[in-house]
Ligand binder design. Structure first.
Ligand SMILES: [Mn+2]
Length: 361
């Protein structure tokens, strides 16, 4: 494009603004470059009158508008900077600045599969608890851990609700026996970790297997859950025993399937996972919770179970982690999808909105 201007054009830094001043839209990432200047002998501008008069020529300027090229880098300087890199000192951490998370997910006590059942599940849970305690002690020597989160993520018992109650036919324990085992296991976890940290938090998210009934096909209210009741029973037992004032049990509000807690500066949301139906939909569900301004929508970390396979979805500094499980496995899943999960208990460390050290034990 060609413009007319008084006097000589300015330097490169003025070209784009000069063209924009004429009403030309130059979007971000684009700029004007002056490619030719010529005098127009028939055009000039005169300032003032008489002896003070100053005549300035008018110049004809040809610009091209083009994408702004990325500025070249001196690769030798860049390579030298890499060679000069020295580790930065780690920022100091306040006492108790870390949180340790142990996920309790999909125990499904009572379930049988592949010639295994509750006996094998319970031993696997206790072995994983031992491994988690050993890990905690190793980590606590390296960094101050003030908070332990025992995240109860639902489906702790096989129950009587799934498959129209048919699930009970393949269970090796009655429902009340399942609940007794779940309660004792949960109590064992809290007792084991209680002496090790200043604060123990036990958030509980209800699962679908924890639903106590489905009368006429209808689901119970969201918080009406064997998992919630197991937590409350353990809380009552510790209350009677005394000495456990630093243990907090967090259960859902009425009609809520989720709980959201804070641990060592990290906001952790817990949800079982059956509400988003497919493991691929966790991001979409979490975004909707944010839109609705639900507490869990503000979490740094979303912990869930239900799908029995480890899955990590990380975006914009927020992470949704689906925990694996310790149950005997699922022939139903294997026949449809092929394969099965790596068994184990998910553990990780948190601090100030971030997480690290994900290990399956
Ligand atoms: Mn489930």
């Amino acid at each position: 494009m060609v413009t007319l201007g008084v006097g000589q054009p300015g330097d490169e830094s003025t070209w784009t603004d000069e063209v924009r001043a004429l009403g030309v839209d130059i979007p971000p990432g684009w700029s004007a470059r002056l490619v030719a200047v010529s005098m127009d002998p028939r055009a000039w501008v005169r300032h003032a009158q008489g002896e003070d008069a100053v005549t300035e020529p008018v110049t004809r300027r040809k610009y091209v508008v083009e994408p702004t090229a990325a500025k070249g880098l001196d690769v030798d300087e860049l390579v030298a900077a890499i060679g000069n890199k020295r580790p930065k000192a780690a920022p100091p951490v306040a006492l108790g600045g870390w949180g340790y998370v142990h996920c309790i997910a999909d125990w499904q006590v009572g379930k049988t599969a592949y010639d295994a059942g509750s006996d094998q599940t319970v031993h696997r849970i206790l072995d994983s608890l031992d491994a988690s305690l050993a890990r905690f002690k190793r980590e606590a020597k390296r960094r101050p851990i003030g908070t332990v989160v025992l995240a109860s993520l639902g489906d702790l018992c096989e129950g009587v609700a799934s498959q129209n109650g048919g699930v009970l036919l393949a269970s090796d324990l009655t429902v009340t026996e399942q609940l007794r085992v779940v309660r004792r296991l949960l109590l064992e976890h809290v007792k084991a970790f209680a002496p090790l940290a200043e604060r123990i938090v036990v958030p509980t998210a209800p699962g679908n297997h924890d639903e106590p009934h489905r009368v006429m096909g209808m689901k119970p209210r969201a918080h009406d859950s064997f998992a919630v009741e197991a937590s409350m029973q353990v809380a009552d037992a510790l209350d009677l025993a005394g000495g456990y004032d630093h243990v907090e049990f967090i259960t859902p509000d009425p009609d809520d399937l989720t709980v959201t807690i804070e641990a060592a500066g990290t906001i952790i949301g817990c949800a079982h996972g059956h509400q988003w139906r497919s493991p691929d939909r966790v991001h979409q569900w979490w975004a909707k919770m944010g839109h609705a301004r639900h507490r869990i929508g503000q979490a740094h970390l979303l912990l869930s179970g239900h799908f029995h396979h480890l899955r990590v979805v990380d975006d914009s500094g927020r992470t949704a982690i689906t925990a694996p499980t310790v149950d005997p496995g699922s022939p139903w899943f294997d026949q449809r999808q092929g394969g099965g999960p790596r068994h184990g208990v998910l553990t990780l460390l948190t601090r100030d909105g971030a997480w690290t050290g994900l290990e399956i034990l």
